[in-house]
Design a protein around this ligand. Sequence first.
Ligand code: 3PG
Ligand code: MG
Length: 397
Amino acid sequence: MNKLTVKDVEVGGKRVLVRVDFNVPLDEATGAITDDSRIRATLPTINYLIDRKARVILCSHLGRPKGKVVEKLRLAPVAQRLSQILGQKVEVTPDCIGPEVEKAIEKLKPSDVLLLENIRFHPEEEANDASFAQALARLANVYVNDAFGASHRAHASIVGVAKYLPAVAGLLVEKEINILEGILAHPAHPFAELAGGAKVSDKISILENIMDKVDCLLIGGGMAATFLKAKSYEVGLSLMEDDKPDFAAKLIRDAAQRGVRLMLPVDVVVANKLSAGAEVKVVSVKSIPPDWRIVDIGPRTISNFSKELQRCKTIFWNGPMGMYEIPQFAQGTQAMARLLAGLEATTIIGGGSTAEVVTEMKLVDRMTFVSTGGGASLRFLSGETLPGVEVLLDRKG
Ligand code: 3PG
Ligand code: MG
């Protein structure tokens, strides 16, 4: 990585604003943190700063509150977990900017750690508003980006703030970039991308780019419906982005032109409702009933995908194969996780929900690398730069 890191700047006694990605999954019913991997992944940076007697000001988003205060998305449980792990008190400020925050920061002693309240409670964060970024910058002397998972977002706390402070990478960002760069430099072929998750619109340009890198592209999960629709299959009530089949059709054509093998489900699990206890059946993609929706890939698809992946030497997996949150619909996702864990290939798991599944199944150690970023790792591997890394100070020479 050609960027300066936290180790290249003076931090002792300084107020250091660290953008982290504490966007952890929460239990619907209890609000408890179900996977704290993203918190643990930032410990090298936080401990480094504590050891060097910096005043540590952490800042993160949680969920998508869309610029408003959402009680369920307050960072108190995150602070509590971090404080348990660190063995020192971590307070949360009532807001992320303003006089009260400034007061709390004035009181910080060397090696203290403070967490600012959910940055996305302010609409200015996602709008990358300049005065909001300046207000954040005024809180500190140095800015560290350690939020790898959010580095593809050009938001105020990721991109904006870096204009007003010396801005360097945290140790997690450094590690993620170095590992992913290494894989990208000389990937062993065949190289496969196994893509899933719900939204095509989030990923369309990335999928386009990644076709320059991979030999095969396997598509499951929610986005498969849009591709099936593009091939004129009926997809019943499956979640669909209505304006996207054209993109999907273009992607299918591009793949053919470039000699990339694009594989779609041949059978799917469909359900009559989206909850546990739903009626489910396996059908061919040619006969998806009108009042049902796709919730997982089917057994023939699992077998086709498995055969293809078994001959690959590098596999990047991003996005679940179905609505894995409901155990009944998790079989395709779990089958892919087990398969990848057993392969000799280089296996990279792209963050968010895919990493959660792999963590829950205790397969992390059997993958080559589990990234804390979903969209971020996908974008990086497609060859695009990450705005939140771009803005950091360059390493000279
Ligand atoms: C993630 O979970 O992918 C990151 O925290 C970024 O979150 P976002 O997709 O809501 O920007
Ligand atoms: Mg995401």
